[in-house]
Structures are given as structure tokens and as C-alpha cells.
Ligand binder design. Sequence first.
Ligand SMILES: Cc1cc2nc3c(=O)[nH]c(=O)nc-3n(C[C@H](O)[C@H](O)[C@H](O)COP(=O)(O)OP(=O)(O)OC[C@H]3O[C@@H](n4cnc5c(N)ncnc54)[C@H](O)[C@@H]3O)c2cc1C
Ligand code: FES
Ligand code: FES
Length: 491
Amino acid sequence: MTHNRSTVRFLLDGKVVEIQQWMPTTMLLPVLREQLGRTGCKEGCAEGDCGACTVLVGREHHGQVRYQSVNACIRPLALVDGCEVVTVESLAPAGMPLHPVQQALIQHHASQCGFCTPGIAMSLAGRYLEAGRPDRPQVLSCLSGNLCRCTGYRPIVDAALAMDDYPPTSHWNKLSGCEPSKLAAIRALDDGTTLVQESAGHIFVAPRTQAELSGWLANHPDATLVGGATDIGVAINKAFFAPRILIALLRVQGLGEISTDAETINIGASVSVADAFTELTTHYPELAELGDRFASPPIRHAGTLAGNLANGSPVGDALPVLLALDAELSLVSVQGVRRIALHGFYTGYRQNLLRAGEYLSAIHIPCPRPGQRIAAYKLARRYDQDISAVSIAFSASVQDGCLSQVRLAFGGMAACAKRVSELEVALEGASLERVCAAGIDTWLGQALSPQSDHRASADYRMAAASGLLRRALQEWQGNDAGRIHHLEATS
Ligand SMILES: Cc1cc2nc3c(=O)[nH]c(=O)nc-3n(C[C@H](O)[C@H](O)[C@H](O)COP(=O)(O)OP(=O)(O)OC[C@H]3O[C@@H](n4cnc5c(N)ncnc54)[C@H](O)[C@@H]3O)c2cc1C
Ligand code: FES
Ligand code: FES
């Protein structure tokens, strides 16, 4: 049996910070700014979009400390319990030289009003701490969650490309995560207790074991689970969502693991979107672009793959891909575990087969079979950090130009992400060349019923869905003219 405590404890510049007065919905950003004087991190949008609030969070990972950027505005304070927090002030403590990231930003004139600059510095610091020097595409990807409203990005990108040229400082260099003292300090925060807070009729709990989690859910079947809070955090800040009981998955032993055997990739409920896509692209390299276009690095570091599926948005990016890959889910409660196919999990708009008191503990994805191909495309108004208007995932075995084991799934085309079984059957055994001439539009028109909304009209969605499927078929025949290519800077 574990003991409880209500004080949130985390490290900041080597010192233990203890926060006793907090609400389950208290975010990290106001605590940093208003209680700890860390006013470098700013509030721009309060919904994870602009990056002005970016900080690094350090957690133990494979025997080292891994520092990753997150958005403090939608990071519940309680989710940094047991972690180290790094703010822009941490980069250059009093009496120490500026950090190479800061020197590069200054010398490349990459700051004007300065409101966005601390967040940019922290995103770059997260990249700087990783091994190796980033190239231009990596820099652009790293900065995709940071909006700068006045400098333009060229000097910022130039600074990022040059940050590794400056002499490293003794604090926050590429070896920081390997320092035994940092790992020891993080481990020392953990006394094995369960964080529980009750405040004004609202409860937060971060169970440590799956049995403890199931017990809480059995006693409180109406509780709200929280993974990385990238959906819930926005609901709290913008829709004043105030769950009566919030149960966090992050500290539950065994839910943060990825295991892969000869047949299956198993992704635990608290594995981040970033780590999940890293594993998925090892097996399915075709998914790299989608992984890079899923939100931004801070959102991918915080959000979980399980949260994306459980949230069940019809435009959630992982849903079509995992439908097309025949993923299965483990659903757990005090009654035991049941394993079900993702296909059929959704029963309507944000409705699914999860029962009260049950949680999604793991996602199981088959490893690729010989000859299998997959195409996954996302259509959004912007390339980076934007929610899809339409997305498609198309998987099949291709042998001698013929398709078999066809799976075709769409997002944004109905009340929930769905496979188009009728068209899958029609495509089974077809030759790639013949499919291009077939009546794709007729099949899609019969199976899908997209809505018009602020992202796209129904007509646009239908035309786009057809176009994306044709693009996949073209690419599989060796014609990649429809692919988006990044332009290299010419000066
Ligand atoms: C700025 C921004 C950009 C975004 N861009 C994208 C994007 O490009 N593509 C995209 O698909 N999404 C995007 N999202 C949405 C979000 O990041 C993803 O849906 C993410 O995967 C959610 O995971 P989470 O762990 O943060 O979920 P949470 O917010 O913690 O939870 C989401 C929902 O799932 C439930 N839940 C979580 N885990 C479980 C579980 N294990 N069992 C049962 N229920 C559970 C929660 O109760 C809640 O209802 C974006 C969000 C933001 C703020
Ligand atoms: S304030 Fe905009 S991302 Fe946090
Ligand atoms: S420097 Fe002004 S918004 Fe970025």
C-alpha cells in the first residue's frame, strides 16, 4: 500500500521547490511566473499554440535525465511532480556567461519585441542539449511550435544553425543529462508516495501502480483520466473544464513502456506522441512526415498516443494510421483486461467502447509484413502545427502491381475517423494501374459524409480525400510529383 502526500515537489536550478497550495487544474505557468518569479516564460495564447511559455522538463529516461520542451501554459502543475523544470532564467544564472543559444540569438539579431524570444530560446535549448548539430530541416521542425510575431524567422533560424559554434558553458551542455548528480537529485524527489490533492470539492490523484489506478477508477467511474493534458489543458484554460476527479497516468508504473517483438509494437498509455512515432517510424519509415507534422515538439513531448485515441477527435492524426495498421487496444478495469480492435472502437462523435471505470492501457500495432506499403497524408492549412482538415492512411500489400490486404481510413470525413470497408473490398486484388481509372469518387461519396466547418467545406473535403488516395496510388507507381518538397534557403 502506498502513502499519500499533497505537496508537489520539483527541481528548479538544483533546488527542491515545494508547492502546497494548488488546485487540480493549476497550470505550471502561473506558478512559475507568480510564485517563483520566473517571468521569462510568457503567456501568449494559453492553449499550446504560440510557444511563448516553453520550458524544459527533465525526467529520468534510460538511466539519464532527458530534458524536453513542453508548453507550461497547458502543463498541469501536478504533472511536473518529481521532475526538473528549466526556465530561460536557468540558462544563464547570475554570474554565469550567457548560454550559447542566447549568444547566438543576440548575435544574429533574432529578437525584436522579445515576447516570443524566451520560448524560442527554450525550444532551441532543448535541441542544443541533444547530441549532434541540427540541420536546417531539424531546426525548422524544432521551432514549429514557436510563433514570432515581429522578427521574421530568418535570423532565428540562422541563430539556431550557429548555436553549436559557441563555446559550451559548464551548465546546460550536451552532457548535462548524463550528470549523475542530476539523476540522483531527481530520484531523491521520489519517496514512493502517491500525490493526492483535494481542493474545493475537486480531487487530483497520480496513482503509482495499475492496481491503484484501477481501484480509483472503480470507486470513481466518472473520473477524468489525464495523459499529457494537451487536450484537457486547453479545455481547462479555454472552456473552464473543471473535472471533479482528475486521475493522472504519468506516474503509473508500466504504462510508459514501448516493447516490440517479432510481430507487434506495444505502446503504453503514457508513452508520448514523440516516442511513439519514433518507434513507429523505425518500422514504418513512411510515417516520418506525419510524425513531424503532428502538432509541435512541445505538444508531442507532452501528449500521448493513447490520449489521441481516447480523445477520439475525428481529425486526430494517429487514428487513420492506426486503423489502417489494424491496431488493437488493451482496455483495463478491476474486472480484468480485454483486447479489442481499434476498428469498431468508435461509436460516434467522440464516443467509444471504453466502459466506466476502464482505461486504455496499451496500443498494439502489427509489425510490417513483407511487401506491405503504407501512405499517410495530412491536409491542413499550414504545413506545421495545425489540425488536419482531412487525413488519410492507406495500407496494402503490393505484389506484381496488385493490391491485397487493403486498409483505407480517413480522418475529418465523418463524425469519427473510420475505415471505408466498401472501397477496401473493391480495391482487393486490383492492379495499381486499373485502380487509378476506377470510380474512387463514387465509392467515397457513398461511404463518407463530411461536414463543413471552419477548417474546410464538405465539398473540399470530398475532393481532397479523393485526391489524397490518388496521390498514394500514383506514388506507389513511382510518381511522387504530388509530394511536398521543402525549399532550401538560397541566401
Ligand atoms: C497546440 C496543439 C496542437 C495540436 N496538434 C495536433 C495535431 O496536429 N494532431 C492531433 O492529432 N492532435 C493535435 N493536438 C491534440 C492533442 O495534442 C492530441 O490529441 C494528444 O495526443 C492528446 O494526448 P494527451 O495525452 O495530451 O491527452 P489528454 O489531454 O491527457 O487526454 C485527452 C482525452 O483522452 C482521455 N485519456 C487520455 N489517456 C487515456 C487513457 N489511457 N485511457 C482512457 N482515456 C484516456 C482523457 O480523459 C481525455 O478525455 C494538438 C493540441 C494542441 C494543444
Ligand atoms: S502561452 Fe502560447 S503556447 Fe503557452
Ligand atoms: S521578437 Fe517579437 S514576437 Fe518574437
